[in-house]
Write a protein that binds this ligand. Sequence first.
Ligand code: AMP
Length: 368
Amino acid sequence: MKIGIFGGGQLGRMMALAAYPFNLSFSFYESAANCPSAPLGEVIGDKEASKASLDAFLASADVFTYEFENIPVAWVEHIAQHKPVYPSVKSLAVSQNRLNEKQLFAKLGIPAAAYHQVCSQADLQQAVDTLGLPLVVKTTMGGYDGKGQFVIRQAEQVAQAWSELQAGAPLIAEAFIQFNRELSIIAVRAQDGETRCYPLAWNTHHQGILSHSVVPAPQVDAATQAQAEQYITAILHELNHVGVLTLEMFQTDQGLYANETAPRVHNSGHWSIEGAICSQFENHMRAVAGLPLGSTQELRPSAMINIIGQHPKTSDILAIPEAHLHLYGKTERVGRKLGHITVTADCLDTLNTRIQQIAAVLPNKMAL
Ligand code: AMP
């Protein structure tokens, strides 16, 4: 079986690496020939997404998936008219638009920030008047790693927020959630509707980019894990989703609030390569290929630490017990995700010690 993957970044690379032992082969729809996935299969595509390139991609594989959601629905629809695409076009259309996501949360009774749709500066002013300050303004589509966002803290900032983001309109203005920390849950749904959930991850961001995740999130009670599982399972079934889906949430004194979904494997699940019985990448490929799902159970407490901007010395990382290095074959650039490190331990204390050992040898000394 050959699997065609929209996107050729590190997520596609790790999907292919996970399914390579099953003798599956891969093609990637990606305009950059030297992308992180290139060593794993055929790279097809051009920036304009010409019909010829989409047809060549269609011919290149039996089943299709995607590794990032900021692709035009029309490209995926073109493929879906002829061959299976998992997750479905519906999953993609909902997850790539924050308004659709919010409507989905409301329909399923999942708590989320109150919001207003914003199409003009007057709408934004009205959102400030009704939702209060601070107010988080976001583009409905295309934002990632904190890009396409503005937090209005003072009433005088309305015009500035509008002028900075109006090119991305329609916008969404959200009430500011006073959260204690950010958690995410990742789950997988098979073609027959079976679902399995990974333990909650505790995610810490630095300058809008995920810096590290700890799994299972410390001090999570069984009720919180169960609540998160209920939310994500409801979303998976509602979308008839096949493959991995991620739900990012805020933990507050009033419980969990949904922030956004990703219809794909997620950075906060990279720990699962070494930390779980079956990784998010392998489970996604199993679902897409129509194979039985693997166990999502964690093996040991794990942390995932992103390598951002500059590479560490490989030998420094590998000298740390239970540390595993994953590099994506990218060149260095400020703010760019170049790789990640997974580290495991038999208890949280030892895990924290190892996280600090890793922090000490990362070139751009992140506060971990
Ligand atoms: P997002 O792109 O939606 O994941 O937002 C990026 C980051 O902005 C999140 O990880 C939060 O730290 C913060 N953020 C987003 N939405 C809200 C909100 N409604 N209230 C408070 N903080 C938020």
